[in-house]
Design a protein around this ligand. Structure first.
Ligand SMILES: [Zn+2]
Length: 475
């Protein structure tokens, strides 16, 4: 134990009597089993498996929304505020799960069945608490060491066990990690702690604290009908009537306040529905939702219709519907992005670039607009402008793997082979795949078209990755 954690422990103990009704804190301790470096390596390996999973939903808008919501909660957490990565799994079952390295997955089923944004926030807050309190690391650490497979197998096993506890995939069945799968359910103590801290985040972030018990009550009622096929979430987060009673008791004293859902919440749900089923069916469903006024936001319903029309390649109809959406400069970046995409698809590149310019001026910090803008510049033969924009964005966020993929395409269009491979390599490394990163950068070095400075920078980067990769293989 470090001097700092000793001091923290002493402090915690000193404060404890004042919080006598509070439950003991279960965090802190696990670091003696699982180092920060080990957890980071495991987190990266998990992300690599997430991005390679066919169920991973590669949708920048929905992922950005989820990260914004997640960080809204993280920012008010009183616990260790590490980095988080929130991602979406395309799966109709109701589930959300936390993994080492601050990785939190949410099923599309949860996004769609939550009855309001506060319910979604309550589940995510609970998962964030599992992370800040190191519950997963503690569960893994409590397994007998002989069960520990390699880091890569452990990553895969954890992902499979959390995202779909009902399925024992062939991949994990073949490893020792399989035996771990059924033992990775949170204990009641972990659940209680995650509920308590989740509740704290929920109220501090101004969501409705009653939504927590409302959601869990519904889950429990639903689970009676499923029997052994209980929702995946309940498999890993045992739900007891005691837990629900605790949640209700906590929120009873909270002052009543009506919390309105954000427009973004409505938009991403409309977007998910529009992506479901065949394009023709999605258009039909969206049209009838709008016609019969079965929506809480007309804007979101129309946004869904345009999304479905684009899928069905009905570009003229899409453009005429998009023009009915709010078009002020400060309207939602998701709407401005959709309008630009529609113009490009409808064969009007000048209008598309103009809409991208407007949107990107109004929302410079919204990454999906930048991805769309850069792609549109590339598609319309403006590789030089695309390079200026992608470089500027990368300076702001060098850890954005999507920007690196776009940089690779931009350099390729400009005939810059080393820089294109280098960008591809950066994207692979950020996706947790160091082996692919080393392979790509090696190809770039062989292309031989870089300047002396670019060559030495790439060589240094390759050495850096090789060293990390070697260290990971030893684990
Ligand atoms: Zn839980």
């Amino acid at each position: 134990m470090s001097v700092l954690s000793r001091a923290l422990l002493a402090l915690t103990l000193a404060v404890q009597p004042a919080l006598a009704t509070d439950l003991p804190d279960l965090g802190e301790v696990s670091r003696q089993y699982f180092s920060d470096q080990e957890e980071q390596a495991l987190g990266r390996a998990i992300l690599r498996d997430v991005y390679a999973d066919p169920r991973y939903l590669d949708d920048p808008e929905i992922e950005t929304y989820l990260n914004q919501l997640g960080y809204k909660l993280v920012s008010v957490s009183t616990r260790n505020q590490r980095e988080f990565t929130f991602f979406v799994i395309n799966d109709p079952t109701i589930n959300a799960f936390a993994l080492p390295g601050g990785n939190i997955g949410v099923h599309t089923g949860l996004l769609l069945t939550a009855q309001n944004e506060s319910e979604l926030a309550s589940v995510i807050g609970h998962e964030i608490a599992h992370v800040t309190q190191d519950h997963i690391a503690r569960m893994v650490a409590s397994q007998s060491q002989s069960y520990w497979p390699t880091m890569a197998a452990l990553a895969l096993a954890l992902l499979a066990a959390r995202s779909n506890p009902n399925v024992a995939s062939a991949a994990i069945a073949s490893t020792q990690a399989f035996s771990m799968q059924n033992q990775l359910n949170y204990t009641r103590d972990y659940e209680r702690e995650a509920d308590r801290l989740g509740y704290e985040m929920l109220t501090r972030a101004n969501f409705d604290p009653r939504s927590m018990s409302a959601f869990f009550n519904r889950m429990q009622r639903a689970s009676r009908f499923y029997d052994s096929n209980a929702p995946a979430y309940l498999r890993t987060h045992p739900l007891t009537s005691e837990r629900i009673a605790d949640m209700e008791a906590r929120s009873e004293s909270a002052p009543y306040q009506q919390v309105e859902d954000s427009l973004d919440f409505q938009l991403i749900r409309a977007r998910l529905r529009a992506q479901d089923g065949s394009p023709a069916d999605a258009v039909l469903a969206a049209r009838s939702t709008l016609k019969e006024k079965r929506y809480s936001s007309e804007t979101a319903a129309r946004y869904g219709l345009v999304t479905a029309l684009l899928r069905a390649r009905q570009f003229k109809e899409a453009e005429s519907e998009v023009q009915k959406l709010p078009s002020e400069n400060n309207s939602s970046p998701m709407i401005q992005l959709l309008a630009a995409q529609t113009a490009l698809a409808a064969g009007n590149p000048a209008l598309a670039l103009q809409r991208y310019q407007t949107g990107s001026n109004a929302h410079p910090g919204y990454p999906p607009l930048q991805y769309g803008y850069i792609s549109a510049l590339l598609a319309t033969g403006h590789a030089g402008d695309a390079l200026t924009r992608v470089d500027k964005q990368l300076a702001l966020d060098p850890d954005d793997r999507r920007l690196w993929y776009l940089a690779a395409q931009t350099h390729a269009q400009l005939g810059q082979h080393l820089l294109s491979y280098r960008a591809q390599a950066e994207a692979a490394a950020l996706s947790g795949n160091l082996v692919a990163a080393i392979e790509q950068i090696t190809r770039g070095l062989k292309a031989g078209d870089g300047s002396f400075y670019e060559m030495s920078a790439a060589e240094a980067r390759r050495r850096e990755w090789q060293a990390i990769e070697k260290a990971q293989r030893k684990d």
